[in-house]
Write a protein that binds this ligand. Structure first.
Ligand SMILES: Cc1ncc(COP(=O)(O)O)c(C=O)c1O
Length: 374
């Protein structure tokens, strides 16, 4: 089996599984319990929080969540509803993950906010001139992802932050789910960011929202005082502690895995470019962990299924959309070509993939395209 769908999820590192078993045996008390076992659980839980925050210098706090979906929802809705008296304008982009886009849609449809969805340039990034045109002193939140999950396009958050900082009432959030542990996050320039453990070889069901100390949020879940009153419910003790190790290992491996994946992807790009049935959608300066291409005359679902039958796992869109969307929103926003966006395929490599796998993939893909043509 060849796994080329690492943007959807990654294989859990074995050392994390060992740690999970050990933690489960040694600590089972509720960290909020007022006895020695509870205190001990609380101590190592808070230590994990500090270890994560230590990677990000500055006045940040951390809310553990069930993943990036929850972290995105918590920040976007939490800020909009908490600060609604300051202004009712919000800005995001058409290329965001559904956990961002649909949070904004809900604020627009149910709570009367005015949302601007910024278009994308042909390289998949946000046009800063469009941001300049939309932002004003009624804008309380801008959310722009760092690396796009469908094509790997990178937004220059440092440059965009210069525009946003001219409006001191406005917070700048970024979904860094596809960049954390892969490329450096310019976190110094943003007010908050969200990510998931399972995209960086951690456990599914755990993630974090990291935000500036000064920011208040309206909680999505009402209940006890857990997570500084922002996210009620007994802490997901083991997954959250594992997140600290997951992130440390990802950051330690970042440069090595980037070099490895970049070499594989530039080889793969060059090989795909030889086939005139294929057009590459990912911009040349994309984050190499995602490579998106379209098939000129064949539906991507046919090819994705044929590859799967041959033991090669790739994606025809972002995994969350597969059943719903018949095209890639991001590819459409970049090229305004419906057929191209319907026929797109996403390859997402990771540190475990090899050159031999890439060669095998190219051979199988070429055979599939030949047989479909016939
Ligand atoms: C950019 C981006 N944001 C958010 C998410 C949601 O992550 P999760 O499903 O782990 O909550 C994903 C997952 O595909 C993603 O790629």
């Amino acid at each position: 089996m060849i796994y080329f769908d690492n943007a959807a999820t990654t294989k859990t590192r074995p050392e994390l599984i060992d740690l999970a078993v050990r933690l489960n045996n040694e600590y089972f008390a509720n960290p909020s319990s007022n006895h020695a076992l509870g205190h001990e659980a609380k101590r190592i839980y808070e230590q994990a929080r500090k270890q994560i925050l230590a990677h990000f210098n500055g006045d940040f706090k951390l809310v553990f969540t069930s993943g990036a979906t929850e972290a995105n929802n918590l920040f976007i809705k939490g800020v909009a509803l908490k600060y609604k008296n300051r202004g009712k304008k919000l800005i995001t982009t058409v290329g965001e993950h559904p956990s961002v886009l649909n949070a904004f849609k809900q604020l627009e449809e149910e709570f009367g906010f005015h949302v601007t969805y910024l278009p994308l340039l042909e390289d998949g990034s946000v046009d800063p001139n469009e941001l300049i045109k939309s932002i004003d002193d009624q804008t309380i939140l801008v959310s722009i992802m760092h690396v796009n999950n469908e094509v790997g396009a990178i937004n220059d958050l440092a440059m965009l932050s210069k525009i946003i900082k001219a409006f001191p009432k406005c917070f700048f959030h970024s979904d860094v789910t596809q960049s954390i542990g892969k490329i450096k996050i310019p976190y110094q320039f943003i007010d908050a960011f969200s990510f998931s453990a399972h995209k960086i070889h951690g456990f599914k069901g755990s993630g974090a929202l990291i935000l500036r100390e000064k920011i208040d949020l309206l909680p999505l879940l009402s209940g006890g005082s857990h997570e500084c009153h922002v996210r009620a419910g007994t802490e997901a003790f083991i997954p959250n502690i594992l997140l600290a190790k997951t992130l440390r290992l990802a950051l330690e491996n970042e440069e090595k895995s980037y070099r490895h994946v970049e070499a594989l992807v530039s080889y793969l790009r060059a090989k795909l470019a030889l086939n005139n049935e294929i057009i590459i959608n990912s911009p040349v300066n994309a984050c190499p962990f995602v490579l998106n291409f379209s098939l000129v005359n064949i539906k991507s679902s046919i090819v994705v299924e044929a590859l799967s039958n041959a033991g090669i796992m790739v994606s025809s869109n972002s995994a969350c959309d597969d059943k719903l969307a018949s095209h890639s929103e991001t590819v459409y926003a970049m090229y305004h070509d419906l057929k191209r966006s319907q026929n797109s395929v996403r390859i997402s490599l990771g540190e475990e993939n090899t050159l031999a796998e890439v060669d095998h993939f190219i051979e199988v893909l070429n055979n599939i395209l030949e047989s479909v043509k016939k």
